[in-house]
Design a protein around this ligand. Sequence first.
Ligand SMILES: *Cc1c(COP(=O)(O)O)cnc(C)c1O
Length: 617
Amino acid sequence: MVDYGIKFWSNDDFIIDNGVVKVNYKNKPALIEIVNEVREKGYKGPLLIRFPHLIEKQIEKIFTTFESSIQEYKYKGSFKAVFPLKVNQMPNFVLPLVACSEDKCYGLEAGSKSELIVAMAYTNKGSPITVNGFKDKEMISLGFVAANMGHDITLTIEGLNELETIIEVVKEMGEPYPKIGLRIRLHSTGTGIWAKSGGINSKFGLTSTELLEAIKLLEDSHLLHKFTMIHFHIGSQISDISPLKKAIREVGNIYAELRKMGATSLTCVNIGGGLAVEYTQHEGSNNRNYTLSEFSGDVVFSLKEIVKNKKEPEPDIYIESGRYISANHAVLIAPVLELFSQEYDEKALKLKEKNPPLIAEMLDLYQSMSEKNAIEYLHDSFDHMESLLTLFDLGYIDLQDRSNTEVLVHLIIKKVIKLLKYKNHNDIIRIQEQVQERYLLNCSFFQSLPDYWGLGQNFPVMPLDRLNRRPTRSASLWDITCDSDGEITFDSSKPLFLHDVDVTKEEYFLGFFLVGAYQEVLGMRHNLFTHPTELSVVFDDDLNKGYEIENLLEAQTILDVLDDLDYDTKEIERILKQRIEENQDIDEETKKEVMGQLYIMLSENGYLRTIASSEKN
Ligand SMILES: *Cc1c(COP(=O)(O)O)cnc(C)c1O
């Protein structure tokens, strides 16, 4: 049975059982059950479902794994972490994150003033805040404000000018100061599509020469005791662990050297983010070549060895993993609106008394095809179609003939698939690129999967049910934007097979998994599609069904979206109303009716109501 590679990417967060995808937690509800419950409340567009228990699971995992490496190597430093807000700033993610990590040394990392405000408001007391990215004087002063709230805050300096500004603010604002971190520009870099944040040409960090200068500046202004951390980040989604090992060696030696120069308050090495998530659905095409325990083992062991050789104390280890913590907590559900070839059924075939010979021949192929000759006949029908389309261009056949050609080709494709259904799947794989079915999804890839559009990042995708039936249609996925980039294709080496469903009669949903990192705030309102309706599924043993739907946040209405673009929505409403009223061609009653319809639409979101449910009811 096709399992959509769930064993490669799901980490046991989700399982297939009894033909449906289930949340692998507590009473294991099926995703389709949750989706149906929400849709019964009237939310017909795409849904973003969050699972707070999975946030907690990842945090637990990263702490227990690092702590066990620390025990294994008898490492004397401790392990601390921050969540980098740029990876997901949504309140329904951040609030559960801080709530479930109260018992740990787990804080927030901010890269802008707005993120710093979130961190200052929500970081648990006693947990660290780190601040990276470019800073002006105002942002540095904000760091001093945080220190005045009693936060354990470290400002990580990206360039010498920031340090000079800190020295200025120290003079103006006085104690308590934030701690100071220095970001190192390493010569090691990560690999893969995100590898721009490390390396000698990176956008961030201090060169060795600047580091020496920074130490001198700190010394001269009596701030060396506030310098506690060095930091690096070699890029997101590190696929290969060897550049990380190199980076650790580099940073470990820098740590030891700086201490020897008198920076004895330096006790923390912050290894940034980059811990990769496995997105693959296919054997042998893994996104990373290491496990979390290898990663933590390498970090702890390398640091221990380096400082042992240099006779310096073992530093505390900070990590800033974002993707690893947040990706799995959210699932995007997209209703399938249409299968492109669905309209091509036998009823659509309007043969004439006398048909062009090639059409007659295609009909014969269709009627006489068998399991044995299926693929041969399929190829013949493609040839005939080419010829018939040429005949149309030359004016020899009419539009009805052309329509019959299209219908016959699709009927033949469907028959081939049916004939081969119980045979070797490889036969279908062989023909799949020629006969891909397009599935139209009620969502926007620009809004909900921007990294697919921008970076070619694939997210695991699968249907929520029918998993005990073999899917027979090799698919490509289309969103409802009118942009040709709103398409996800699959080549024959990694096809996506979906079920042949009649969506006018039954509903069919696809889930995109691991969408909880980066996608939401990066998502764009191309064609003015807003964020999907989102909700959190919170497990509670005391409830009958075992879970509760919380924090339901409806997709923005059309007027809200226009308001965000700074349209005067009152004016829009007034003009629309006026235009209906001024039309002499319709009577008063029609005007009222049309107005009513218009107001309903303005108060809804712009996604489509699915065809299936409207025809069923
Ligand atoms: C983006 C970023 C992170 C998070 O990286 P992930 O790959 O999501 O873990 C951590 N630290 C810094 C400085 C970053 O810029």
